[in-house]
Write a protein that binds this ligand. Structure first.
Ligand SMILES: *Cc1c(COP(=O)(O)O)cnc(C)c1O
Length: 352
């Protein structure tokens, strides 16, 4: 059967973004591929990362993701970013997955063939050990020969005010100073763009930036290209006459004869329903408004005056004119949520 929507994933855009981010960070990358590689498709992204000289390894958010990625045999290290349940520790270590450690009990419970990254909570207050406790945990891991890395996570490195990021960094560097040398990592994409190279760091973890997006005030720092282009098919074309409404709830009425294309993409596919009455799409390269409510599986678009036929593709977002950033703004959300919310019905296809 033919997919109604296809996300094209550009290997060259991803590869160029990774090169630019690694160069700016001055270190290799631990590429976050959680949430199906931010919706881009784990397999497609892992294939590019596996070949990329600037990528040290990949980071995931759940043990299932770790196991899926391990099964792809990329040859690159995998770090789990969240605490496993104790029953998962052994199987993950057997797969070679690097584990986050944030307590002495966890450090003691690791099997002898495990590799650990000490997780330090410097202010995000989500995961990790407080700096004062982290030192002893790291020293114990080092004694056991299991300490490969240490990391922390910035709470606001993607915001204009970097004072808290600097505070977090000082706390982290204070811990690192009391440990033997390890692969240290702190920066997410915001951190790389705003802080650049950080002394003492061995890796960086840009997620959203790798997929081509930066916060508005950091967009001029590096030329990043959105990796995903999303297209959906026109499934039906008809005319709406003056006074008729289109879609649920009568939010939009035709004031003149309007040619309406129904497109096979809706909120069940991840297109934000809250973008109703604000969203446009590209039809034959031209921005055209959606009409009325975004539905679960479909949306309607004004294609008056355009040469289009059933089966043609419209573009929902892409690297240039109309981006995920626009759609996120229309939907009252952020690029992260739009990308990771892309539904399972949307086919992912790799392109050069
Ligand atoms: C998701 C995540 C990242 C990547 O963050 P971006 O803002 O997408 O760059 C980095 N580190 C950790 C611990 C994360 O959970």
């Amino acid at each position: 059967m033919l997919a109604r929507a296809v996300a094209h994933i550009s290997a060259s855009a991803l590869s160029d973004n990774l090169s630019a981010l690694s160069a700016r960070a001055g270190v290799p990358l631990l590429l976050p591929v959680k949430a199906d590689a931010y919706g881009h498709g784990l397999g497609l992204v892992a294939r590019v990362a596996a070949q990329h000289p600037g990528v040290w390894g990949m980071a995931v958010a759940s043990p299932q993701e770790a196991a899926q990625l391990a099964a792809l045999n990329t040859g690159k290290p995998i770090l789990l970013l969240t605490p496993p349940m104790s029953a998962e520790v052994g199987p993950l270590a057997d797969l070679g997955v690097r584990l986050p450690v944030a307590s002495l009990a966890e450090a003691e419970a690791l099997p002898a063939h495990a590799r650990a990254h000490l997780k330090v909570d410097t202010g995000m207050n989500r995961l990790g050990a407080r700096p004062a406790e982290a030192v002893g945990i790291g020293q114990r891991l080092a004694e056991r020969g299991l300490l490969e890395g240490a990391y922390t996570h910035f709470a606001s490195a993607d915001e204009p005010d970097l004072s808290f990021a600097h505070t977090q960094l000082e706390r982290f560097q204070g811990v690192l100073g009391q440990l033997p040398p390890v692969l240290a990592h702190a920066s997410n994409g915001g951190g790389i763009l705003s802080l650049g190279r950080i002394p003492g760091m061995g890796l960086a973890r840009p997620g959203l930036a790798s997929y081509g997006f930066a916060p508005p005030h950091l967009r001029s720092v590096l030329p990043l290209t959105p990796v995903m282009t999303l297209r959906a098919r026109i499934t039906h074309i008809h005319t709406a006459y003056p006074g008729e409404s289109v879609s649920y709830g009568g939010l939009w009425y035709a004031q003149q004869e309007t040619v309406v294309a129904t497109v096979g993409m809706g909120y069940a596919d991840g297109y934000p329903r809250n973008a109703t009455l604000r969203a446009s799409v590209l039809v034959a390269g031209e921005r055209r408004p959606t009409l009325g409510r975004i539905c679960m599986d479909q949306m309607m678009v004004d294609v008056s005056g355009l040469e289009v036929a059933v089966g043609d593709w419209v573009q929902l977002w892409g690297p240039h004119d109309l981006t995920v950033s626009d759609v996120a703004e229309w939907g009252g959300t952020i690029e992260y949520e739009v990308l990771t919310g892309l539904g399972a019905r949307v086919e992912r296809a790799g392109v050069e």
